[in-house]
Design a protein around this ligand. Structure first.
Ligand code: HEM
Length: 192
């Protein structure tokens, strides 16, 4: 079909290989309509941004708060408790944590990806700006937190998650989170 190849070629050259924009480009080739639909997409994501940001923050405080409580308060106290009290505490606390925290983690990452979508230009060229670099490092650290969570789940399923491994993992996730929160603010204020 004449012109189709050039349209597909143009769609392939769109930034970040965005299939959605590419698809809209191919099925709405009239320039005026394309600009309108692109503007609508941009408006929708911009309107969603504050909602995603609040959800991201709420989920972050739940997840970061849980890990902080675990590392700074629960683990040091846990060691000093009699074995039967430790077991009772674990059997009550474990199911409660497992019923809340996975949802906050899911919300945190989904909202984070929604926010990152708005900054895809900076993320596509991380070395081009201080913001892009700091956000990329923050995202990499967040990915590493997920790797920690997945590793802990796999070890727990294989019954190889000992207390020592667990507390080392908690400490590592805690350090990641301190860095993530500092980067989340620094990326807006630190420039070079
Ligand atoms: C352990 C995981 C994460 C934690 C603890 C976390 C925490 C935070 C915090 C505290 C903020 C500051 C919000 C504010 O003060 O306004 C923030 C902002 C942000 N986060 Fe995350 N985040 C995590 C994962 C992610 C992921 C996976 C992404 C996306 C790939 C992401 C993308 C963003 C973006 C783009 C912002 C800037 C929002 C803005 O202020 O405009 N985050 N994050």
């Amino acid at each position: 079909m004449p012109g189709r190849e050039s349209l597909n070629g143009a769609a392939a050259r769109l930034p970040f290989g965005c299939w959605r924009q590419g698809l809209m480009f191919v099925i709405r080739p009239t320039p005026g309509r394309w600009e309108n639909s692109n503007q609508t997409l941009r408006d929708t994501t911009m309107n969603l941004y504050p909602v995603l940001l609040i959800l991201h923050l709420l989920a972050a405080f739940l997840f970061v708060g849980t890990v902080t409580f675990e590392v700074l308060f629960l683990e040091p106290v846990h060691k000093r408790l009699p074995a039967d009290v430790r077991r009772a505490l674990g059997s009550q606390l474990g199911p409660r944590v497992r019923s809340v925290v996975p949802w906050s983690v899911l919300l945190l990452y989904v909202a984070g990806l929604g926010l990152a979508w708005q900054h895809r230009g900076a993320l596509a060229a991380p070395l081009a700006s201080s913001f892009g670099l700091l956000l990329s490092v923050k995202t990499a650290l967040a990915a590493s937190v997920l790797v920690h969570v997945a590793t802990a789940l796999i070890l727990a399923r294989r019954r190889r998650l000992t207390g020592a491994v667990q507390s080392r993992m908690h400490l590592s996730v805690f350090c990641h989170m301190v860095a993530i929160v500092v980067l989340a603010k620094a990326m807006f204020y630190l420039t070079w």
